[in-house]
Design a protein around this ligand. Structure first.
Ligand SMILES: Nc1nc2c(ncn2[C@@H]2O[C@H](COP(=O)(O)OP(=O)(O)OP(=O)(O)O)[C@@H](O)[C@H]2O)c(=O)[nH]1
Ligand SMILES: [Mg+2]
Length: 223
């Protein structure tokens, strides 16, 4: 609870046994509920999350979007916050992000990682990929945002059912922002945050996922 609103954090996880322990332990006290989506992990992600007090939702179909589609409807709090299970997004800034949402009367805030405060947190190639995808978002959708690929969003929980997010994969992240930006009755904002080096193994297949995300932006624009 923060300023009279309850907060749920949703974390999609595919084999994040190591990262999720750190993420749950570091969660600030303003968070009321942690929903971990175990995306058919082959390690002990689900058990570890449950033993640390999280609500665990299991999703058999693989994919970042599929995991969110299973986890977001399980939220019971007023405000939903999302982040990876790898310690890269700053849970220490959740209260600050909620303040930004409430003080500016926004409905959806995307946490922007760029310009990076700690350049070691992201490889040069990933930075380039992110830059290309964010420019593509500007060219195709006319919205100049700083970080089209951020996986940390803070929104009023009643916003999600009003968005038509279709992707079951990595494009879910850019798609939820496009949907929030396009909806006339949803006020969208960005807020710059810290981004940390990930704990555990890299899951992103940067070339495959990067191109898929680019094609998805084009496809959604013209459909
Ligand atoms: N890549 C991937 N991640 C998934 C999947 N299902 C759940 N996830 C989780 O979604 C979050 C984002 O994935 P990451 O692999 O961290 O993607 P990223 O942040 O772009 O890349 P990193 O630089 O490796 O952190 C992590 O918590 C994953 O465990 C899946 O099918 N594929
Ligand atoms: Mg990550």
């Amino acid at each position: 609870m923060h300023r009279d609103v309850t907060i749920s954090v949703v974390i999609p996880c595919y084999n994040e046994e190591e990262g999720i322990q750190h993420v749950i332990r570091a969660m600030p006290s303003c968070v009321d509920e942690i929903v971990v989506v175990d995306n058919n992990s082959t390690d002990r992600t689900g058990e570890v999350a449950k033993s640390l007090g999280a609500k665990v939702v299991f999703e058999e179909r693989k994919g970042y979007g599929a995991a969110y589609k299973a986890g977001l409807p399980a939220v019971t709090a007023d405000i939903t916050v999302t982040m990876d299970g790898d310690g890269s997004y700053p849970s220490e800034q959740i209260a600050e992000l909620v303040d930004h949402l409430l003080d500016n009367d926004l409905d959806f805030v995307s946490a922007a990682r760029f310009p990076l405060k700690n350049p070691a947190a992201m490889s040069f190639s990933n930075r380039m990929g992110n830059m290309i995808l964010t420019i593509a978002m500007l060219v195709l959708y006319g919205k100049n945002i700083k970080d089209s690929q951020s996986g940390m969003w803070v929104f009023k929980s009643n916003v999600y059912p009003r968005l038509n997010v279709t992707s079951g994969g990595m494009p879910f992240s850019e798609e939820i922002k496009i949907e929030a930006i396009r909806a006339k009755d949803i006020r969208f904002g960005e807020y710059r945050v810290n981004y940390h080096e990930r704990i555990g193994e890299v899951k992103l297949e940067k070339w495959r996922d990067g191109f898929r995300n680019l094609f998805f932006l084009v496809k959604k624009r013209f459909q």
